[in-house]
Design a protein. Structure first.
Lengths: 244, 244
């Protein structure tokens, strides 16, 4: 499993993803699921991946190769003129990879599937955030739905729904995301630290700050340990139910 | 879908369940999913059901009939000598109903399945709480795992994991459960009010208080409306992340 979130704030984009992959609970590994591409002054692109690791790695490798091998560079996510075109390119690549594996004789229901969150900004347009489905289609975040989750989305969703605010600072977003991830990690063994975090400042067209929270990171531990008490205190402040 | 929770507190048992059933989002109904049986001074039994409505209704009807038709009264959940025997009876009945439907020519993966929470107390023993699987086996709550959820369990779980305390009063439990149910209702259309609530006082061997919260119940609305602000305030009290 995986848990990853992409958010569109007024001041830019924020991404967080876990790094645990598993093929059964007795076979877990750590893999990066957050990928950044930057052309300083022109574009910033981030991709978060969930689902079959072979599929997501193949998709990212194909996107990467296209950025490197001159003969095969076009179309490239570093050349596409809009974020919409980048999303189309990523979605088509993802769909092709799934089709390739799915038709190779092996039949496993949705086993090769993957879902991705794509965010970024290209000069001339605003920052945009997309959710890309394994079928090769995608939707875009809006003011009504300003964040996307992929993977194990349910445990960490209520706090995002309640506390998300597009006016948030990056620091506040980190706190909110760590609570959401901590709730998920506590409930699903297949989601685990370290957690990767990346910020993008609107109109900066530069690589944002990228950080990794290890399981024993002091701030992550403070949030995880403090959240139980904070919740109990929040509950205690709501009016009591009168049993009689 | 369904969302239902059974909890074992030091002072007794608490149960809450939603009442929405659906066969597609365009076909929803309200059905009771909480069933109580009492013999004053001797036993109290509660059953919460999730899953295929035909299966759960058939199971409850069979259990009910056995309490009524003299010739077919033994074994009966009103005669079983221990809560363990009641659990076996419920589990066997559930398994039989599923097998019957499953072998009747129709094949639909797990479509006839149902899961149940059974709690109660019979004179001579303590109150006990069981989770009953469609396969006809079951597990019992313990100090380490003092509550069970069935149906759409994920959205409402983090708050239970963090804030549950076996020392809680019934009033505090209602508040906690309403928050957990509200998070679930906000995220899954197939879980909906009214919500049924029932208390059992340890060693009372009497029908506990049973209440229904309609969607517009004043206390439920207060909790639902207040929880967003309470969460934001709880978050704001955790130490800030230093971005630089």
């Amino acid at each position: 499993m995986t848990y990853a979130v992409g958010m569109r704030l007024n001041r830019g984009l924020v991404f967080m993803s876990d790094t645990r992959t598993n093929a059964g609970v007795d076979n877990i590994s750590t893999f990066n699921k957050m990928f950044n591409w930057t052309i300083e002054g022109e574009r910033f692109i981030t991709l978060l991946t969930a689902g079959n690791l072979a599929t997501t790695q193949a998709t990212v490798s194909l996107l990467e190769e296209r950025t490197k091998a001159p003969a095969d560079r076009s179309p490239s996510i570093l050349e596409a003129e809009t974020m919409f075109q980048v999303a189309q390119l990523v979605a088509d690549t993802l769909k092709d990879v799934i089709e390739q594996h799915g038709c190779a004789g092996q039949q496993a229901d949705s086993a090769f599937h993957a879902t991705m969150i794509l965010g970024g900004q290209i000069k001339g347009g605003p920052s945009r955030l997309f959710l890309i489905y394994p079928e090769g289609n995608f939707i875009e975040a809006s003011e009504d739905t300003p964040f996307f989750q992929i993977g194990e989305t349910k445990y960490g969703r209520p706090i995002l729904v309640r506390a998300f605010d597009p006016e948030m600072s990056f620091a506040e977003t980190v706190k909110l995301l760590l609570v959401s991830f901590d709730s998920t990690i506590k409930a699903n063994l297949s989601v685990g630290a370290p957690l990767d975090l990346s910020f993008y400042d609107e109109d900066s067209f530069a690589a944002g700050k990228r950080t990794r929270f290890e399981a024993d990171d002091a701030y992550f531990r403070t949030i995880s340990d403090g959240w139980g008490d904070a919740l109990k205190s929040a509950l205690s402040k709501l009016p009591a139910y009168k049993t009689e």
